[in-house]
Design a protein around this ligand. Structure first.
Ligand code: NDP
Ligand code: BG6
Length: 510
């Protein structure tokens, strides 16, 4: 479990570095009932789809940083697998721009690549998986624990996991863990089919469904913030909170990912997973312990208390080019050649959800996400009810607690700029991959959580698919459709102009 953000945590010193933060996560994995890695056992980390975008941008860099900082066992070997005819040198060259190697780390960096090898093979050929298994055994012995990170398109999940199960499982005392990337299906039915397939091959403890937002520093801090101090929890309820707005904004469009995006849309890409996970952490009841399943049980209860969404609950938008904009901003979503002509896929969505339980009855939880809007931010805004007997005749801003997840991490009254000055914080993937080594599933999505998340969104997604409501056009670089702001106002969220965060003049250390 991540350390608390609050200052009472004695380890939150200015000098804290990535290694310290991750070592803490490592230590905190060691809750009773959870498996820790045995440093002496060999480990083999297998990257399926080693030639791809995610592998070079996130996975190779993350495992390198973990190795560099000696957070994973020294005797870990790394095996890449894909169809492309590549040498290790070519993979290394592709990864190079993302590895952030300092001069002093050069020797360690060379050692890292010496632990890597590549197997060329096809995803549906028995012989290639037998060869992969041979390679894993050769580099890791037959005692090795095995982690397979599936950095491949979802269409390959079924065949690849079947082949891993048939030909590549750990033998003897070793364990096997499978990391799966989103999207986990595209609606309730396809997700349940995938879950059933995975469930027929692996135990839930062997499956690590990645939602990389759960690895983000500030997302991991929501639980300690709420339950690790007395300030917030007494007012964290319908009596004091008017509305909650969880928003994701990106200032760029689909960026050559139009083919994938057009099939999925912003609701499946961001809202149903990243934003809903944050909602669960903000809304859940106190778990009876910090064990992964106790936390996930509470998250599932939140989802079970939510109604399915209807078309009336959402505002949908799609960006259009700004003729006066620069570069990419001139192009609208439909100008992307990989997007189908006249596509009605939303690139912006705002949805009003409700949680029907004693704590939250009547409080709108609003989820908003948009591509090609005016800024890059992800944040949670918790607005408190207006004070009775207002002395200031509505002239004051509404009380709002802001948890800023990115780009700068902050909780108003406390800034990370202060607490972690000079520290490079570990990236989401780095934390999550380390969790897999440790066997900690707290920050991964359990199958029942996934089923509930799809239940909330599937009817809406089917309606959008069948009725194709025309998304409201909004200009590239604007704040999104005005209708979204009307919907916020209708739902007791008082938008107070610019929502840009600036370092407050009075920092209150909590
Ligand atoms: P890529 O499209 O880059 O694919 C990864 C590798 O899979 C390719 O290098 C290719 O290797 C192989 N591959 C691709 N298409 C096929 C095919 N039709 N049949 C067989 N093999 C194929 O994907 P990403 O790396 O972008 O994404 C991997 C996973 O991670 C996906 O599930 C994605 O949704 C998820 N993800 C990606 C993010 C990103 O930033 N890229 C962010 C979040 C999640 P080869 O041809 O050599 O076999
Ligand atoms: C991914 C989405 O899951 O998250 C992308 O597929 C999105 O569309 C990305 O850009 C955002 O992640 P981050 O970590 O950059 O906020």
């Amino acid at each position: 479990m991540s350390r608390a953000l609050v200052k009472s945590d004695s380890t939150a010193t200015e000098e804290m570095l990535t290694q310290d933060l991750l070592r803490q996560s490592l230590k905190s994995c060691q809750t009773p009932g959870e498996t820790n890695f045995e440093a002496s056992a060999p480990h083999v980390f297998v990257i399926m789809g080693a030639s791809g975008d995610l592998a070079k941008k996130k996975i190779y860099p993350s495992v390198w940083w973990l190795y560099r900082d000696r957070l994973i066992p020294e005797n870990t070997m790394f095996v890449g697998f894909a169809r492309s005819d590549l040498t290790m040198k070519e993979i290394r060259d592709k990864c190079q721009p993302y590895m952030e190697v300092k001069e002093a780390e050069q020797e360690r960096y060379e050692q890292f690549w010496e632990l890597n090898c590549y197997v060329r093979g096809s995803n549906d050929t028995q012989r290639d998986f037998e060869l992969l298994n041979q390679k894993i055994t050769e580099v890791g012995t037959d005692r090795a624990n095995r982690i397979f990170h599936l950095a491949i398109p979802p269409s390959l999940f079924v065949i690849v996991t079947s082949n891993i199960k048939k030909f590549c499982m750990a033998t003897k005392s070793g364990w096997t863990r499978i990391i799966i990337e989103k999207p986990f299906g595209r609606d309730s039915e396809s997700s349940s089919k995938l879950s059933n397939h995975l469930g027929s091959l692996f135990k839930e403890e062997e499956l690590y469904r990645i939602d990389h937002y759960l690895g983000k520093e500030m997302v991991q801090n929501i639980i300690p913030l709420r339950f690790g101090n007395q300030i917030f929890e007494p007012t964290w309820n319908r009596d004091n909170i008017a509305s909650v707005f969880i928003s994701f904004k990106e200032p760029f469009g689909t960026h050559g990912r139009g083919g994938y995006f057009d099939e999925f849309g912003i609701i499946r890409d961001v809202m149903q997973n990243h934003l809903l996970q944050i909602l669960c952490l903000v809304a859940m009841e106190k778990p009876c312990s910090t064990a992964a399943d106790d936390i996930r049980d509470e998250k599932v209860k939140v989802l079970k208390s939510m109604d399915e969404l209807m078309l009336d609950d959402v505002v949908l938008g799609q960006y259009v080019g700004d003729p006066e904009g620069e570069g990419d901003a001139k192009d609208g979503y439909l100008d992307d050649p990989t997007v189908s002509q006249g596509s009605a896929t939303p690139t912006y969505a705002l949805a009003v959800t409700k949680i029907n339980n004693e704590r939250w009855d009547g409080v709108p939880f609003i989820l908003g996400c948009g591509k090609a809007v005016d800024e890059r931010t992800v944040e949670v805004r918790i607005q408190h009810r207006d004070v009775d007997g207002d002395l200031f005749h509505g002239q004051t801003k509404r009380n709002e607690l802001v948890i800023r997840i990115q780009p700068d991490r902050a909780i108003y009254y406390e800034t990370y700029g202060t607490s972690y000055k000079g520290a490079k914080l570990p990236l989401a993937y780095e934390r999550l991959i380390l969790d897999v080594f440790c066997g900690s599933q707290m920050h991964f999505v359990r199958s029942d959580e996934l089923a509930e998340a799809w239940r909330v969104f599937t009817p809406l997604l089917h309606k959008i698919q069948n009725e194709k409501p025309k998304p409201i056009p909004y200009k590239y670089g604007s704040r999104g459709p005005e209708e979204a702001y009307k919907k916020l106002a209708e739902n007791d969220f008082k938008y107070s102009g610019s929502d840009k965060w600036s370092k407050p003049s009075h920092e209150v250390c909590m």
